[in-house]
Design a protein around this ligand. Structure first.
Ligand code: NAD
Length: 326
């Protein structure tokens, strides 16, 4: 099995694997088998979310691997996220309880607030998966009054205090929203999950967050590829896998371009969660330890930074007129 490395979370001392597996856009019909295969291939961290609409199937895959003794529960690091429609203090716990039930586990290792954006509530049991950004029947995004991030975090803390989420954190927060959280939190966030790849390096954010003792988890490490059918920015960006700079570094180390993109993060203690259903790629994407990029490689990749954000709610495909990263 490929070697693994970890980042130690400051509050609990829990070891979070630096390379895990992402669950976005895995069709429900393939999902249980994919998660089972990923665990068999050596993945121990699984990154899911309620909005992905496949948590029950993720749970089935995990359960199969546990039942067959491929892995023990305590060897897995299960991550999931609270969707925007459940931010109100009266709704967080019910949403989380459904997630635990769907995942068929007694606790998750990390629970994240998916976006610092409160959307109007929809019933967690009857409207599933939850709607994206706009409530069915409404024509535009509306924020939910009374759903402050502070109240939401307090409910997430209670889940942590109850031992149902070992660690808690946030996703898509910036320095301002994180600072606000640090001011009122009883339990410090342990992880920030953000879009992070050579075209969107966010160096200042990454450095500051790591200095606070908060670990960074990168999503969309391969850049535009998973947004091609969704955003113009992704269609117009040169594919990272075929980029001359990345290809040259890959050749130099006898690795694949995808491995270079992942290594670039994990070597700086930034966790990655790539997704692939292809067995060869699944195996390659976790084989990112035991070799090093050098200073020259880092310099060359640093020069690719272009501030290109692909997970951008202002792209027409999201259907929401809300510049959340501005
Ligand atoms: P990714 O960067 O993992 O890219 C996935 C795409 O790359 C797929 O099309 C896959 O077929 C292809 N691919 C995978 N391995 C490859 C390889 N070795 N060579 C060539 N192509 C390869 O994209 P992602 O799904 O956007 O991000 C990973 C995970 O991050 C998601 O599954 C999800 O868990 C998480 N995520 C979180 C947020 C958030 O808002 N917090 C947003 C997006 C994604």
């Amino acid at each position: 099995m490929a070697p693994q490395e970890y980042v130690t979370l400051t509050r609990t001392g829990d070891k979070m694997p630096l390379a895990g597996f992402g669950c976005w856009k895995i069709d429900t019909k393939d999902c249980a088998e994919t998660i089972y295969n990923a665990i068999k291939a050596g993945y121990r961290m699984i990154d899911g979310a309620q909005i992905y609409g496949n948590e029950k199937e993720v749970g089935d895959g995990i359960h199969k691997a546990l039942e067959e003794g491929i892995v023990k529960r305590e060897e897995l690091f299960i991550v999931t996220k609270l969707w925007n429609t459940y931010h109100h203090k009266d709704n967080v716990r019910a949403a989380f309880d459904k997630q635990l039930k769907d995942l068929r586990v007694d606790y998750v290792d990390l629970y994240l607030i998916h976006f610092p954006v409160p959307c109007l509530y929809t019933d967690v049991n009857t409207t599933y998966p939850p709607p994206g950004w706009i409530k069915p029947g409404e024509s535009k995004y509306q924020y939910e009054r009374g759903s402050s991030l502070q109240d939401c975090w307090r409910e997430v803390e209670k889940i942590c205090e109850a031992g149902l989420a070992k660690n808690i954190g946030v996703s898509n927060y910036n320095v301002q929203t994180l600072l606000d959280l640090l001011v009122y939190c009883k339990i410090q966030p342990q992880v920030l999950q953000i879009e992070h790849h050579p075209y969107l390096q966010q160096k200042r954010l990454v450095n500051w967050v790591q200095q606070q003792g908060i670990a960074i988890m990168a999503y969309s490490s391969f850049g535009p590829i998973s947004y091609l059918e969704m955003t113009n920015t992704a269609q117009n960006a040169p594919p990272l896998m075929d980029h001359e700079v990345i290809k040259k570094i890959a050749e130099k180390h006898g690795k694949a371009p995808g491995q270079v993109l992942l290594r670039w993060s994990v070597q700086r203690k930034i966790a990655v969660i790539p997704k692939s259903l292809n067995p060869g790629r699944m195996a390659a994407n976790i084989d990112v330890f035991g070799w090093q990029l050098d200073e020259e490689d880092f310099k060359a990749i640093e020069a690719l930074d272009a501030g290109l954000r692909f997970n951008d709610t202002m792209e027409p495909a999201y259907g929401v007129d809300l510049p959340i990263f501005d």
